[in-house]
Ligand binder design. Sequence first.
Ligand SMILES: [Zn+2]
Ligand SMILES: [Zn+2]
Length: 261
Amino acid sequence: MTLFDTHCHLMDEQFSDDVDLVIQGARAAGVKYIVVPAIDVVTARRAIAIAERYEGVYAAVGIHPESAKDVPACDFDEVERLAAHQKVVAIGEIGLDYYWDAAPRPEQQAVLRRQIELAKRVDLPIIIHNRESTKDVVDVLRDAGAAEVGGVMHCFNETLDVAEKCMALGFYISFGGPVTFKKAEDVREVAAQIPDDRILIETDSPYLSPHPFRGKRNEPARVRLVAEQIAQVRGVDVDVLAAQTTANALALFRGVKPYGE
Ligand SMILES: [Zn+2]
Ligand SMILES: [Zn+2]
């Protein structure tokens, strides 16, 4: 089985002591590909450094909405410069977060727009974070012409109607650990209905560990539990779901080289 964890923050401090072991564990579980999204320029450099060390591990560079307050112009230049690195396969994670509201909403939107423009210049897909900001995220993606580069709505936790709007803009829908939570009937229902060629899986490690590890540090090996849960609600074998989601991720992240090549 070949699994692809499309969203895994291996550059997080929680992995600084044992990233080697975590990646070994992932490989043993069949996770051959991992994308490590940054949240700012410092973590972007760290994500690239990790990607350089391991086959199958790639980076995304970008400024997260929680880091979107008073971003200096030089940080956008640095993101654009880093985006040229061979192992950078996306701009992310970027988006809007109206739960934490770490920056004023118009400022978050401006930072998002600016990075969509950047993604178009460097021709990379985007990884979108959305928390309690669905309407504005969809509006910005549409108005800024994000369909030109496409991308993924990470850790999707919205309705099928929202998923359809995002898919119409060329986006994939990615599900993480919450799909395994007891009370997550709604998101499981959505995961059951996403078309075969639009669905992705992720862990968002070190956050959002799937059941029965909820509350513990998450790691990429556990994307398998996400795959098993989604396969079950879709009524397919987990091998089929794994093959499908890996093929989709390889189609989206064009910079990822199939293993062994
Ligand atoms: Zn996120
Ligand atoms: Zn994340």
